[in-house]
Design a protein around this ligand. Structure first.
Ligand SMILES: [Zn+2]
Length: 417
């Protein structure tokens, strides 16, 4: 890989509003090697890029995606099969990269196979972290069976009482099954374990307000992850679910849509993170019906969308560490940058920039490695036209204002000449 020298750069490092000006940044072997105000010694064949007038910032992180969610209705995702899902993932991941997301965390359905395809360069996409299959209790948010379907103890097959799985979740009940499922996912390279901590939109039989999993089940899963130096992410809408999951050791709360002030404060005090997902809420409210979202899901999403913005404001006031996440499904994945546009009603540009860089990096236990411009970090970098610290809309335009995108030291978008 040829060396890359970015000169005369103004740098947003992932944390600080005061950007260093006129800096030189050397990229080699996939990493940021050196950042200096003075001249840097480079190889003869190094590429030199004049970054004057542009803002250099870390590649962004979307901490809540589903690369295989090729449709808004889970039943159709299953029916269309693996090849279709893989084709969708290819398109979705490539789009994410071109929008400036050099890292995504797939919190449901992602697997080693897709990770490996990206790592081997078979497809272009962001750095890929995955939680594997989501652990759900029977009748929980991962249980996609319709109300009228027979329970699994009537299964014709002799092995019918084993765990039930679809592309995104596995049903695990009781401490023993939870431990076994968590270990299976971790064995297959899952970077963290995701659980369904409350009811959700897409599942047909569980109400949104319902807390899911018992304390001993959640604590057992947290313990497995801690031993693996990993962590647990939990899907939670109601405040009660958020609170108990954080109390039992969950690090990353997904959605948190119906949070209240006390719970937001509790989360902040315990140093947990929340990944709100506004883009999917708004996209489904607008287009869910047209895209064939089942009617019970449509009602649920309209209910939580009404609370979504005030929930964000509660998180901001309590000082919660908030991460960028979108959770988009099917054809709505193209709205990935819209999350900025929705959140700017509540957060400042600096807060939004941190949400998409240093904060999710810390949440993912990757601090100093991704989501920052610092020596030794992965060279995931963007050169942005304009100043995102003044006007976040330059990051909300589907990559239009990104002149250069570098992922792992490799230029993946180049509009510098
Ligand atoms: Zn999700």
């Amino acid at each position: 890989m040829t060396q890359l020298l970015l000169k005369k750069a103004r740098i947003f490092d992932g944390w600080h509003a005061d950007c260093a000006e006129n800096m030189q940044v050397l990229v080699a072997d996939g990493r940021i090697q050196e950042i200096s105000q003075g001249p840097i010694k480079i190889a003869d064949d190094a590429r030199v890029i004049d970054a004057s007038g542009l803002t250099l910032m870390p590649g962004m992180i979307d901490a809540h995606v589903h690369a295989f969610a090729s449709d808004v209705a889970v039943a159709r995702v299953e029916a269309l099969g693996e090849a279709y899902r893989a084709a969708y993932a290819t398109r979705m991941l490539n789009h994410a990269l071109q929008c400036g997301f050099t890292t995504v965390r797939d919190v449901g359905g992602g697997n080693y196979s897709l990770y490996r395809a990206l790592a081997d360069g078979l497809i272009a996409g962001p750095r890929y972290f995955y939680a594997g299959r989501i652990l759900s209790m029977t009748g929980g948010h991962g249980d996609m069976r319709q109300l009228e379907e027979r329970p699994r103890y009537y299964s014709a097959c002799a092995c019918g009482d084993g765990p039930l799985a679809n592309s995104f979740s596995v049903l695990a009940d009781g401490v023993d099954e939870c431990i076994k499922s968590a270990r299976e996912e971790l064995r297959q390279g899952a970077h963290c374990i995701k659980i369904m901590g409350s009811g959700g939109v897409l599942s047909p039989t569980d109400p949104i307000w319902m807390n899911q999993y018992r304390e001993d089940e959640i604590r057992a899963i947290v313990n497995e992850c801690t031993e693996r130096r990993s962590y647990v992410a939990a899907h939670c809408h109601p405040a009660s679910a958020v609170r108990r999951c954080v109390e039992y050791g969950v690090r990353s709360i997904e959605h948190g849509t119906l949070i209240d002030d006390d719970t937001a404060e509790f989360v902040a005090r315990h140093g947990a993170f929340i990944v709100p997902t506004m883009a999917v809420c708004f996209a489904l409210v607008e287009t869910g019906r047209k895209l064939g979202l089942p009617s019970e899901s449509q009602e649920k999403v309209e209910q939580i969308a009404r609370e979504a913005i005030s929930g964000l404001d509660r998180m901001r006031r309590a000082g919660v560490d908030v991460c960028y996440g979108t959770d988009l499904l099917g054809s709505t994945h193209v709205q990935q940058c819209r999350e900025f546009t929705i959140r700017r009603e509540v957060f400042s540009p600096l807060e939004l920039l941190r949400q998409a860089t240093s904060t999710p990096a810390e949440m993912m236990l990757m601090q100093g490695q991704i989501g920052c411009v610092a020596p030794g970090a992965h060279a995931d970098l963007l050169l942005v036209e304009g100043d995102p610290l003044k006007d976040i809309s330059v990051l909300a335009a589907d990559g239009q204002f990104l002149r250069l995108i570098v992922r792992g030291g490799e230029v993946v978008k180049d509009r510098m000449s």
